[in-house]
Design a protein around this ligand. Sequence first.
Ligand code: F6R
Length: 608
Amino acid sequence: MCGIVGYLGKKDGIKSVLLGLKELEYRGYDSAGIAAIDIEGILIDKKVGRVSKLEKSLKKSSNKYSLAIGHTRWATHGKPTVANAHPHFNTSRSIFVVHNGIIENYQEIKDLLIKNGYIFESETDTEVVPHLIDYYYNKINNLEKAFELTIKDLQGAYAIEMISTLNPRNIYIARLGSPLVIGNKNKEYFIASDPAAIIEQTNKVRFLEDYDIAIVSDKGLKVKNLRSNKASKSDFELLEYVSEESSLGKFPNFMIKEIHDIPKTIETALKGRINVSKGTVKLGGLDSVMKQLEHIDRIIIIACGTSYYAGLVGEYLIEEIAGIPTEVQLASEFKYRNEPISRSTVVIAVSQSGETADTIAALKKVEEYGVLRLGVVNAIGSSIARMTDAGVYCHAGAEKAVASTKAFVAQTTVLALIALRLSKSKGLLNKKVIKELDKLPKLVEEILESSDKIKTVANKYKDYKDFLYIGRGYNYPSALEGALKLKEISYIHAEGYAAGEMKHGPLALIDESFPTMAIATDSRLLDKVKSNIEEIKARKGPIITISTKGNRNISKLSDDNIFIPSTIEQLQPILVCVALHLFSYYVAESLGRDIDKPRNLAKSVTVE
Ligand code: F6R
């Protein structure tokens, strides 16, 4: 999704902004731009394509600008063109704006501005902002006030940054529903939509809240909240943020690197949280709310995409281990539903980025219900991490490939820990789950070692146009996740189904051209899955199975088989999904896809 960066200080603004834009590249974008001001004049440069193209073009400029803003754009209103790329500006090129989010009432504002003689060069919603600031400035001759009046007129979601030759000492910023963070180091200020963009330059940060409007100048930071109409504290905090190794090392792209990070990811998610010999779980992030958690009778997990599938595994785990009725809802649906929610309900938001607009909106919906809101979040200091009452970090480190792999595994691991922590029993199952959790890193290593076999199977099936993924029980969510991953990075049509549903419709699709990936690992439901496989075979559907190492009955039944090591069914989704992630990866690789940045997708979906 779009990314914002800004710099104010005495050093090299262009260099700082380019550094930040490069850190945001993994989020997905189709154009990039920069605007900078200093006594020598203004610079504006925009390019369709990669930040490296912009960087190359900026090498021609030898000036060090003390004021600069930059943007990576992921097209929403209008195609990826230079005219649509940010920064946008007014006709006299004195006001420059970058924006993340969507301005819902832009057409209304545009009509008013056109009536007043304004000419538009782009198809974007953002371009109304510099023109509207210009419009108010011409009336009241006060830039700060003109910025504020403009922000008050906007409906939708935004993170906005503005610089102007009318006051070349300030950066003006505003936030509503789209993240913004300000970093400080002595007299230098760094602004970004994601702390990852500035963490190399400072870890002293101030996150803006919704309705905040701020001015950064060499005199410091001034923040006002437009809802309360009061000045807010402008204190900075130290962000505990571990900057990730951004190099690929021996890997050709981030997705495969991140799959190989999984054993370490599980180890980190478990570190200091489980005691195998005592069979206990400790989650510091929940300590402050444990008393409240003793009285809950319903859990609603809200999430999107892969995080939603991790949530589904969480539902099975919490219900079986902790015995608390749990349901998972798509955040984009939950926020518009009118369902009764009692005070004894807990809402758990699961999100890798912590910035997904739908999940944030769903959390906001329950704000006034007085329910406890927990987060299972990966990105430290993100909006969801800050707006929830308590939570458990995934600690998976930065995930840069658009397709989520290690974060899914970390989310599932953390949800298993939450289930154990909420459980009032210290029974056999709990002990077994803790023991098996501890073994997972080694078991994942075994799957990684069998990558060549998975690659061979992937190459054999790469030219099929459709795929069905089926599973039961704990592996029903694995089927959904496997299908999502395949369509996302290989662009092959794939559907995930509960295996028991085959007879109720999907079986009609099956013929020689429609392969099925059947998850048939050892579990209470294996015999049922076997029957489903037989039904597909009878209709000549090619079958790939994922089965437990040593179970020859299953491998004999299928055209191709991928073995995974044995573990309890409650934790199988983690191992199954690592194998399915590798399968999708190798299909996409053999088809020559842009694996880390699949078409039309972005890493962090900050618009509804
Ligand atoms: C798929 C994928 C997405 C995300 C979804 C939610 O591989 O990565 O489906 O899971 O956009 O994102 P977060 O977890 O950041 O809220």
